[in-house]
Design a protein around this ligand. Sequence first.
Ligand SMILES: *Cc1c(COP(=O)(O)O)cnc(C)c1O
Length: 362
Amino acid sequence: MQQKHKKIQQLIRPEIQQMQAYHVPASSGLVKLDAMENPFRWPEDMQKKWLELLSQVEPNRYPDPSAQKMVLALRECFKVEPQLGVLLGNGSDELIQLILMAMKAGSRVLAPAPSFVMYQQIAQALGMPFIGVPLAKDFELDVPAMLAAIKSHDPAVVFLAYPNNPTANLFNDEDLLAIIEASNGLVVIDEAYQPFAKKTFLNRVKDLPNVVVMRTVSKLGLAGLRLGFLVGDQALIEQLDKIRLPYNINVLTQVTARFAFEHIDVLDAQAEEICQQRELLLTSLNQFAQVQVFPSAANFILFALRNDSAARVFEALKAAGLLIKKMAPTAGLPENCLRVTVGLSEENQLFITQLGSILGPE
Ligand SMILES: *Cc1c(COP(=O)(O)O)cnc(C)c1O
C-alpha cells in the first residue's frame, strides 16, 4: 500500500491527485429525474425497425472511422451548411477534451460560473488553468467581469452553455456577441439543450470565425449512444480531427444515430412534449411559497429552498423513491439549490406531490 502510494506521488500529476472523480449516484429502483434524460421510449414499430437494422451490424468489423453515412444524415437532419466541418465525439464531453488537447501549452480556459462542470474538470485534467467568472444575480452573463477576465487572461478557449447548466437560462444574445468579439481565442457555444430552447448559433457560425457550436444527442433522447458533434470552420475542424481517436464512434451508435436522424420527427415531438411538461412543472413549483423557481429554457428546472436545507429535501425525496440533483454550494448560485429533470407527466406529478408533503404547510 505504502509502495503504491509512493508510485502515485512519483508519477501522477499533482492536479490530477487533487481532482474529485465525476460522481454518478446509483439510481436503481428510483424515479430518475437527475440527469436530463428524455423519459420517452420509441413507438413499437420504430423499435422493431431499429432492431432489424441492428441485427445486420457486424460487430467483428471496425466502424467506419469517419462515419460517413451517419454524418450525411446528421448534416441533413440539423441543416449543417456544406462549407462547415463536423467533428464527432463520444459524447460532447469528448469534444471538450479534443478541443482543449489541441491547444498550445500554457493555454487558459474560461467559462462563466456556475456552468457545466466538465469544462473545468477536463481543463484541470490536462493541466490547463481554468478561470470561472461568476454569473450576475439573475444568472445572466456578467459582461463587464467577463470582458475584464478575457482581457487579463487571454483565454485560448471560452465555453458558453446556451442554455446554461445548471441555471437553465439562455444567455442574452448581445452579451454572447460582446464576448465573442472580445475573444482572441475560440468561443465554444455548447447547445446541449437546443431541442428545448429552439435557439441556436448554428446558422451564424460561418459569419463568426472564432465560434464553434457544440451539440449532443444526449438530451434529445439518445444519451446511451454517446454522440456529440462540433460544427465550425472546415480547416479548424480538420486540425481537431487529427487527434480524434479513429474509431471513437462505435458501430451500434453509427447505425442507431443514423436511424434516429431519419426519424427525427419522433424525437422532436418528444422534445415538444417535454417543453409542455416543463411549463406545467414550473407552474406547480411556483405554487410553493417556500420555493424560489428560476426560469428554464431547458429540460430541467433549478430551484432554491427559501427556509430549508437542500440536503434534507433531497434525502426525503430519495426516501420517497425520487432521485433529483442536489447542487453543491458554489459561487454564483443561491444556497440550497436543487435541480430536477422534466420527466413523464406521472413522474412530475409524483415529484410535486412528494415535494409538497416534504415541505409541509407554509
Ligand atoms: C449534458 C451536457 C453535456 C454533455 O453531453 P454528452 O454529449 O452526454 O457528453 C454538454 N454540455 C452541457 C451543458 C450539458 O449539460
